[in-house]
Design a protein around this ligand. Structure first.
Ligand SMILES: Cc1cc2nc3c(=O)[nH]c(=O)nc-3n(C[C@H](O)[C@H](O)[C@H](O)COP(=O)(O)OP(=O)(O)OC[C@H]3O[C@@H](n4cnc5c(N)ncnc54)[C@H](O)[C@@H]3O)c2cc1C
Length: 386
């Protein structure tokens, strides 16, 4: 694996960094405070126009076709400025990739270009339910065939971008008698479909500008052509696509961790106590050294996972390793950064408390750290048996 970025990957990284600094950073604190949706959606539109919604999606469907490494570095740069925008971009890319992987030609041509161009501000990924979080195979939402249609009933919880998504990838039980996880199918449902209701909005600790809502299916009728992939094969699809999403969330976590440490390091080099810069104190130097070392290791794990995915190699274990390490490192970096700012880091006059709140969810969504460790150890133990 070549550790240097290609010219194209560097260009994408630079474009993401320039945009993030010019357009996202100046409004990130305001978005955190006000959740101003118009500003969020305007920035998403501009990011779509720059090609960031389908980075690993074929050009024929409106994507940029720049690959997984490019996706990872772009996510990190966007998250350095605004984690709420970054998570929306990450989920949009994941939704496009699911449709590209298993959709019919008609579904790919109809929906992917709308997300990539920004015509749809977002796509949503509807897997989690009240009864099925870490264990999505235990989901309760049903889809029952009736003539040429399916009727969906049930609800999803914690669905990113639901109020402004144009299309939803949704999982439901289609065979209640099948063994656990074997009777689940995947559907593509347009916003505005009767019976698809955007439910309660969550009030969260961080990533405030990214909406997180319940999704209710009340006799929601969709044509049989809304089925994506094979009937009863949906759970396998969800598991496969989540692995790719984890590279996105790990990269996002890395971006927040870097933003926090970059800010705190500059601060420590200016703040004077005991007649000298606090960066002269070894305690501060060790926090700088430890966090940047961990974040660099996180970057390399992310590059490894992204490189494997890009080259068609198995990457689920590596994606889980990268996610758990990058997101936990990011949280430790935010903790250190706040410590370095002392009391000022705890106030809203400085961005560190926002970074710390935004980083916290990254060890939870798209699979908790505990589930990542379960996946990693399972793969390793399976290797012993082979
Ligand atoms: C802001 C936000 C955005 C989200 N966006 C989406 C989205 O767009 N789409 C979507 O489908 N979902 C989304 N989610 C859901 C998210 O992926 C889940 O919250 C997450 O997977 C954990 O599920 P849970 O909350 O039900 O926790 P639980 O599964 O109830 O877990 C609770 C605790 O038990 C631990 N645990 C559970 N099982 C095991 C085990 N086998 N071994 C060890 N520990 C275990 C967990 O690690 C955790 O610590 C989002 C969540 C949030 C908060």
């Amino acid at each position: 694996m070549d550790l240097d970025l290609t010219e194209e990957q560097k260009l994408i990284q630079d474009t993401a960094r320039d945009f993030a600094r010019a357009e996202l950073e100046p409004v990130a604190a305001m978005l955190d405070q006000t959740k101003d949706r118009d500003t969020l959606l305007a920035n998403l539109k501009k990011l779509a126009e720059l090609g960031f919604m389908g980075l690993n999606v074929k050009e024929e469907y409106g994507g940029s076709e720049t690959g997984v490494v490019a996706f990872s570095v772009a996510m990190t740069e966007i998250a350095r400025a605004c984690a709420s925008t970054a998570v929306t971009v990450s989920v949009n890319n994941m939704v496009c990739e699911v449709i590209q992987a298993i959709g019919t030609e008609e579904q790919k041509n109809k929906y992917i270009p709308k997300i990539c161009s920004g015509e749809y501000p977002a796509g949503s990924f509807g897997l989690t339910e009240n009864c099925a979080g870490s264990d999505p195979s235990g989901m309760c939402t049903t889809a029952v065939r009736e003539g040429d249609d399916y009727i969906l009933n049930g609800s999803k919880i914690f669905i990113t971008s639901a109020p402004y998504a144009g299309v939803f990838v949704v999982w439901a039980v289609t065979d209640k008698e099948a063994p656990k996880g074997r009777g689940i199918s995947c559907f593509l449902i347009e916003a505005g479909t009767p019976g698809l209701i955007i439910g309660k909005a969550e009030h969260k600790m961080g990533q405030h500008a990214s909406a997180t809502n319940e999704l209710v299916f009340d006799n929601c009728r969709v044509p049989a052509t809304a089925l994506m992939g094979k009937l009863n094969d949906g759970f396998r699809i969800a598991v496969a696509e989540l692995a790719g999403g984890r590279i996105g969330i790990g990269s996002l976590g890395l971006g927040i961790g870097l933003a926090a440490m970059d800010y705190a390091t500059k601060y420590a080099n200016e703040r004077v106590q005991f007649n000298q810069k606090i960066s002269n104190f070894q305690a501060i130097q060790w926090m700088i050294a430890d966090s940047y070392t961990e974040l660099e290791a996180a970057r390399l794990l992310l590059m490894s996972a992204a490189h494997r995915k890009e080259n068609g190699k198995p990457y689920a274990k590596e994606a889980s390793m990268a996610k758990v390490f990058a997101t936990e490192s990011a949280n430790r970096a935010c903790y250190n950064a706040m410590q370095m700012l002392g009391g000022y880091g705890y106030t809203q006059d400085f961005p560190i408390e926002r970074f710390a709140r935004d980083a916290r969810i990254t060890t939870i969504y798209e699979g908790t750290s505990e589930i990542q460790r379960l996946i990693i150890s399972r793969e390793i133990l399976r290797g012993l048996k082979a």
